[in-house]
Design a protein around this ligand. Structure first.
Ligand SMILES: Nc1ncnc2c1ncn2[C@@H]1O[C@H](COP(=O)(O)OP(=O)(O)OP(=O)(O)O)[C@@H](O)[C@H]1O
Ligand SMILES: [Mg+2]
Length: 386
């Protein structure tokens, strides 16, 4: 489980360190930075699959993702006595992302290259990475360190240089994935790779989830939901079938969901509804019904990941379905750490009733995302290596 997440210089997040629980609920008004927090976490996840630099490019480049406000906001600016203005920078700008889990943590910092003769002078570079022991980085707790193109690994009281030529666009997870030589790097990478992000299930008329699909055993639902029938059948065969039936009954009393296999090996959904003479197929389900079924398939996964992030799961669900969705989410949070980013009051209220729910309400103060009510004492200790 992640215990702390820290972000600096990413869009509206100038600097934020938040403690995390098993079930985290992120709320806040429009523009407060919920999606930015989500994107920052997804960017962090990309480090383990070799896609962090490309993701930044897709977001419009590193320069556009940097916090656009001043390096420091003074008390006078906060009071409104003086206008918000930037002075000369004391530090070079770096986008920094990091987390700590119960056993170890990881930080990455990205910046622009030194001025040089290259057409890629706006390509972000990975400047620094670190895997550390314990709840936050300290020089003494650092296990693996990357500075520029050099990676070194602690071995007893000394350091061993593992590589001196890591390209600036590769993370240390790309360069050192051999579990025997760099076990910490391997384990951190595998942990980050297991994180699952769900933010856009397709339920339009042409959505792949509505069509019969060739099925293989599916323990992880695809992020667009295309393999929903196979994922549900996998839950029925090797997962918690009772929980699946309960979730459908909870949301649609008296209804039943079946997965049928055609002769050609294609899997499809059948939804039995009171009052109808035949079951409805995936193509005939309403957007909301299909979306709820997709959430069932995602959340009851027989192979729960370390972390599951759900971005606005309420989309196109009727408010009456939200308490059932909340029960499904709290059930999932017994096996995985869960993040929910939501706007929907009924979902928020239902999740807040759960004793494990850790509510994080964001607000924007002078353009900057802050956690409402978070004081120095609730902020976990955090230090960046650079
Ligand atoms: N580089 C940047 N520097 C500072 N602020 C930025 C930067 N890029 C975007 N923002 C701000 O971030 C805010 C958007 O945040 P975000 O999309 O996370 O909001 P949200 O909480 O998800 O809102 P909604 O509920 O509308 O989806 C905008 O108000 C924008 O001004
Ligand atoms: Mg948003």
């Amino acid at each position: 489980m992640l215990t702390t997440l820290s972000i600096a210089n990413y869009r509206s997040i100038q600097s934020l360190t938040i403690p995390l629980g098993p079930l985290n609920l992120i709320t806040g008004p429009n523009g407060s930075g919920k999606s930015n927090l989500y994107k920052a976490l997804r960017l962090l996840a990309k480090t383990a699959s070799g896609g962090v630099i490309n993701s930044l490019a897709e977001e419009g480049g590193l320069q556009s993702t940097f916090w656009a406000g001043p390096e420091e906001i003074s008390e006078a600016m906060r009071r409104g006595d003086v206008e918000v203005q930037g002075g000369p920078r004391k530090d070079v700008v770096r986008l920094k992302l990091g987390f700590a889990s119960e056993t170890f943590g990881y930080t990455i910092s990205l910046g622009l290259p030194e001025p040089q003769q290259s057409a890629f002078c706006f390509d972000p570079e990975i400047k620094r990475e670190c895997i550390f022991n314990g709840p936050y980085y300290r020089p003494a707790s650092c296990l693996v360190e990357r500075k520029g193109s050099m990676v070194r690994i602690r071995s007893g009281r000394s350091w061993e240089v593992a590589s001196q030529h890591v390209p600036s666009y590769d993370s240390m997870f790309d360069a050192h994935s051999d579990p025997s030589s760099a076990a910490e790097v391997f384990h951190t990478r595998e942990m980050i790779r297991s994180w699952r992000f769900y933010d856009h299930f397709r339920t339009d008329a042409d959505a792949p989830a509505r069509k019969p699909q060739l099925g293989t055993r599916t323990t992880v639902l695809h992020h667009d939901g295309r393999d929903v029938a196979a994922a549900l059948q996998t839950i029925i065969e090797i997962g918690d079938k009772e929980a699946l039936d309960r979730a459908i009954e909870d949301a649609f009393p008296g209804c039943k969901l079946r997965v049928v296999t055609k002769d050609d090996g294609r899997f499809s959904l059948e939804f039995y509804q009171k009052g109808l003479l035949r079951p409805l197929s995936g193509a005939e389900l309403s957007d909301g019904t299909l979306r709820f079924v997709l959430w069932v398939a995602a959340l009851l996964t027989p192979r729960p990941p370390a972390l599951m992030v759900l971005n606005e799961p309420e989309t196109s669900l009727h408010p009456d379905l939200l308490p059932a969705l909340a029960r499904l989410i709290t059930h999932a949070s017994q096996h995985s750490q869960v993040w929910v980013i939501s706007h929907a009051n009924r979902l928020i209220n239902a999740l807040n009733q759960h004793s494990d729910c850790h509510a994080i309400e964001l607000e924007k103060v002078l353009g900057q995302t802050e956690v409402q009510g978070q004081g120095m004492l609730d902020t976990p200790n955090w230090y960046w290596p650079d």
